[in-house]
Every structure is written in structure tokens, then in C-alpha cells.
Design a protein around this ligand. Structure first.
Ligand SMILES: [Zn+2]
Length: 82
């Protein structure tokens, strides 16, 4: 017996064409950014390590917010020093 799954295919996600600016910081110190249609990992151009973006900007983030994320990612946040 097959339950009739009324699977509506009304899930047509509209592609709104948002481009994300992903900011990467590698453990080797290399930093770069890339623009994608999603938040995805990238490979370090120097050591080829797969890196997750420490922040992704869909255009709504302020420079200050990105800056703060960078500080956290780079470990220059000296508040956690116990
Ligand atoms: Zn690297």
C-alpha cells in the first residue's frame, strides 16, 4: 500500500540572484574574498587548503561587521585571554 504523498511541487524557489561576497582567511595568513551565488568554501590560493568563509556578505553587511568578523577570525581579539 502506497500512501499517496501529495507532494506539492510548489517549492519553486525563486532565484533572486543574490551574490554573496565570501571573506576567507587561511591559517597560512592568506586572505582573500570571492563572489559566489552561495556561501561556499574556497581553496587557499597559496596552500590549497579548503577554507570556510569567516563571513559572507549578501550586500547587507556593514564594513564594521565584516571588520569585527575578521578580527575574530584572525584571533586579534584579545578579550579571550584567561
Ligand atoms: Zn593558505
Amino acid at each position: 500500500m502506497y500512501p499517496e504523498l501529495d507532494q506539492e511541487n510548489s517549492d519553486d524557489t525563486e532565484y533572486v540572484g543574490v551574490m554573496w561576497t565570501n571573506y576567507y582567511l587561511c591559517v597560512c595568513g592568506e586572505e582573500w574574498q570571492d563572489t559566489h551565488s552561495c556561501c561556499c568554501n574556497d581553496h587557499c590560493p597559496v596552500c590549497n587548503k579548503e577554507i570556510e568563509p569567516y563571513i559572507s556578505d549578501d550586500g547587507s553587511l556593514t564594513t564594521r561587521k565584516i571588520d569585527k568578523a575578521y578580527q575574530i577570525a584572525s584571533g586579534s581579539n584579545s578579550s579571550a585571554n584567561t
